[in-house]
Design a protein around this ligand. Structure first.
Ligand code: DNO
Length: 358
């Protein structure tokens, strides 16, 4: 297992690389060219510069999160093939730079959604939280404003202003697209890019929908074991895989995380491991990574990864805001560092107790 932290680049992140380098057991980062809008081609020189900057800090660039997929591809508009060509050019540039892992999502309009980015907890820390009743009261047009106001002045992944400026057009684009059609569009996209991925050995890792159910009447498909399995069986190339995000899939308590991990054996290319606390149906808050702070048994989750032979890239996910840190909500240094160390501890225990020491 390779432990990483997500890093948004010097212009966007409050956490410098040298601090990440000092977290024990963290080998590398997962990063992106954050400033490039979805649909545009990434130049090889830009990727090279990013990689060099990370390597100069003594870390490795172990994957990209995300190369965002343009809405024309998700909605199958006439421009989709042009945008797929651009995506392929980006993959070629990444492949030439030796990058072999790309995380992306296929959620229409919005990426992950939360009703509060700074919910106060009893210990004074704040966390991201979700309450379906609150979301039901919000008009999707106001959603961006709500999120933007509480983002501490940072650009949040999936909530880039240029995307949100077109929210009405975006909603119109998805009229008439149901889950089945969206799935078909995803398969079309994957079939088109797989030859390039295979040529360069790039593993595509789709991120589950967060939360794992339709929001604002938009279709959502990467929500449960059945659909994840359907996708890996439909596009059989080993380059087509999953980002197993425990927090996203676990937002629906009916998802049995250990079972999902085991059933996707060999097709999990990237893992986001975090905990959250359920309150009632459609209502949860994020928690510290530690099992006792949330609703998940993190030891069982890590063991399920281990037992299914997973040996890929992992990152702790959203952390709480603690110790007065001001950062991108969910992406401060302190709580994610605690998470990384805790997850490494669980992995060491599981692997030594198994007698293999993998
Ligand atoms: C949220 C993240 C997502 C994820 C994308 C992948 O914090 O987990 O924004 O990066 O959905 O494309």
């Amino acid at each position: 297992m390779k432990m990483t932290l997500r890093w948004f680049g010097n212009d966007f992140d409050s956490v410098p690389l040298w601090k990440i380098r000092q977290i024990p057991g963290v080998e590398g980062v997962i990063s992106t060219l954050y400033g490039i809008p979805a649909g545009e081609v990434w130049e090889r020189e830009q990727i090279h510069a990013l990689k060099e900057e990370i390597e100069d800090a003594g870390l490795k660039l172990l994957g990209i999160e995300s190369v965002n997929v343009h809405d024309s591809i998700k909605a199958a508009t006439p421009e989709r093939d042009r945008h797929i060509e651009n995506y392929i050019k980006t993959l070629e540039a990444l492949g030439k730079e030796g990058i072999d892992l790309v995380c992306y999502n296929f959620m229409p309009v919005f990426d992950w959604t939360r009703s509060d980015l700074a919910k106060m907890r009893a210990d004074g820390s704040t966390v991201l939280s979700y309450d379906q009743d609150e979301i039901d009261k919000i008009n999707p047009d106001e959603m961006f404003e709500n999120i933007d106001k509480k983002s501490n002045g940072f650009v949040l992944p999936g909530w880039e202003p240029e995307r949100m400026a077109k929210i009405k057009e975006l909603f119109a684009l998805y009229k008439g697209i149901n889950n089945e059609k969206l799935f078909e569009n995803l398969v079309y996209f994957l079939n088109a890019i797989m030859p390039t991925c295979e040529k360069y050995g790039i593993k595509m890792a789709i991120h589950p929908d967060d939360p794992a159910w339709p929001v604002f009447g938009l279709p959502r498909i990467m929500t449960c074991k059945e659909n994840l399995l359907r996708l890996v069986n439909e596009v059989k190339s080993p380059c087509n895989g999953i980002t197993l995000c425990t927090g996203s899939l676990g937002s629906n308590p009916e998802n049995d995380l250990e079972d999902i991990i085991k059933s996707l054996k060999g097709r999990i290319h990237f893992a986001h491991i975090r905990n959250l606390k359920h309150h009632s149906k459609g209502k949860f808050e994020e928690a510290a990574h530690l099992s006792s702070d949330g609703s998940f048994d993190m030891l069982k989750i890590v063991k399920a990864f281990y037992d299914s032979g997973f040996d890929g890239v992992v990152r702790p996910d959203h952390g709480r805001a603690i110790w007065g840190e001001v950062a991108l909500p969910g992406y401060g240094l302190y709580d994610r560092a605690l998470g990384a160390v805790y997850l490494n501890g669980l992995w060491e225990a599981v692997s030594k107790l198994s007698g293999e020491g993998r």
